[in-house]
Design a protein around this ligand. Structure first.
Ligand SMILES: [Zn+2]
Length: 286
C-alpha cells in the first residue's frame, strides 16, 4: 500500500477519502476493512485516488459515483455465530450482517428475500445487479490472504430471473463475440509476427529467414512477457528486437543452455558466451 501511495503521489494523483458505508438502522456507519481496525489500514482502503487532470466538477461527480456505489456488505462466516436480535444460530458458511457491531441473521437484517448469486458469471452478475433495486455484496475472510474477498452478491429474485432469461437468450451471441475477439487477436498476432520478421531481416540481413521468423514467433507470444510483447517490441524498436535476436542466438548458437543445465550461474554463463553472441550478430548485420 505504501508503494502504491508513492506511485500515486509521483503521478500527481490526489488522495480523496471516500466513505464506504454500510447502512445500519439508526443511520449508517463506516465499513471496517481490516480485522484489526488499524486507522492507517482503514484510511488506505477508503482512499481512492483522483487524477488532478479531471476538472473540479468531474472530480465531484466521480466521488459521488464512488459513494453511491458503496453497497451493503454481508459476511459469509468462518465460525458459528448467533443473531443478536432473534437468537438464531448462524452456522459456518452462512451469511451474517453486522450492524452497529452486532451480528444479525439475514431475516432480522431484512435481507432474507434476496437471493445469493455466487461470482463466476460476469454477464449474469452485471445484469442481475443492474435490475435489482436492492443488492448486497457477500464477502468472506481469506485467512491465507489476510483480507476479505468478494464471493458474490445478493439480488432480488425477479432481477435474477430476468438476468438469467436475458443471458440464455443471447448466450449464442456472446459466445460468438468471444470467438470473434479470439480470432481478431490471432490475426493481430500474425500481423505483428510478419512485421517483426521483416524488421529483423532488415536489421540483420545475414540472419537466415527461417530463424528470423522463429525469433519473431517466439518473442511475440501473447502473455509471455517476452521483449516482443513490450511496448518497445510491438513498436519494432531496434534495441528491443536486437535483444530478442541476441537471446535467440545465445540459446541456439552457444553452449549457454548446456551451461545452465550443468548448474552454471546465469550471469556467469551469459558473460562466457557474450563475445560469441556479439560475433554472430555482427556477421548477421551485413
Ligand atoms: Zn435474527
Amino acid at each position: 500500500m505504501a508503494m502504491f501511495r508513492r506511485w500515486a503521489s509521483a503521478k500527481g494523483l490526489r488522495p480523496s477519502e471516500t466513505r464506504c458505508v454500510r447502512a445500519t438502522r439508526p443511520g449508517s456507519e463506516d465499513l471496517r476493512f481490516s480485522v484489526s481496525g488499524d486507522p492507517g489500514i482503514e484510511e488506505s482502503y477508503r482512499t481512492h485516488y483522483i487524477s488532478p487532470v479531471l476538472s473540479e466538477r468531474k472530480q465531484q461527480q466521480l466521488k459521488e459515483k464512488l459513494d453511491r456505489a458503496a453497497q451493503p456488505v454481508v459476511f459469509q462466516i468462518l465460525s458459528e455465530a448467533q443473531c443478536s436480535e432473534c437468537g438464531a444460530a448462524i452456522e459456518r458458511d452462512e451469511l451474517l450482517r453486522m450492524e452497529a457491531e452486532q451480528p444479525l441473521c439475514l431475516r432480522c437484517a431484512r435481507l432474507d428475500d434476496l437471493e445469493y448469486l455466487p461470482s463466476g458469471d460476469a454477464a449474469l452478475t452485471r445484469r442481475a445487479a443492474k435490475y435489482s433495486e436492492r443488492t448486497a455484496v457477500v464477502v468472506r475472510f481469506s485467512r491465507t490472504r489476510g483480507r476479505y474477498e468478494r464471493q458474490g452478491i445478493l439480488v432480488e429474485t425477479a432481477a435474477l430471473e430476468r438476468a438469467e432469461r436475458e443471458c440464455t437468450e443471447d448466450a449464442d451471441q456472446r459466445a460468438a463475440a468471444r470467438a470473434r475477439g479470439a480470432a481478431q487477436r490471432r490475426e493481430e498476432d500474425r500481423e505483428l509476427i510478419a512485421r517483426m520478421t521483416e524488421r529483423i531481416e532488415a536489421l540483420f540481413p545475414g540472419c537466415p529467414p527461417r530463424e528470423a521468423d522463429a525469433i519473431a514467433k517466439h518473442t511475440a507470444v501473447r502473455g509471455s512477457g517476452r521483449v516482443g510483447r513490450t511496448a518497445a517490441g510491438r513498436k519494432l524498436d531496434e534495441r528491443a528486437l536486437s535483444a530478442a535476436v541476441a537471446a535467440a542466438v545465445r540459446h541456439k548458437h552457444t553452449a549457454y543452455d548446456e551451461m545452465l543445465t550443468a548448474g552454471s550461474e546465469r550471469s556467469f554463463a551469459r558473460e562466457r558466451v557474450a563475445g560469441q553472441v556479439e560475433d554472430i550478430l555482427e556477421s548477421w548485420r551485413e
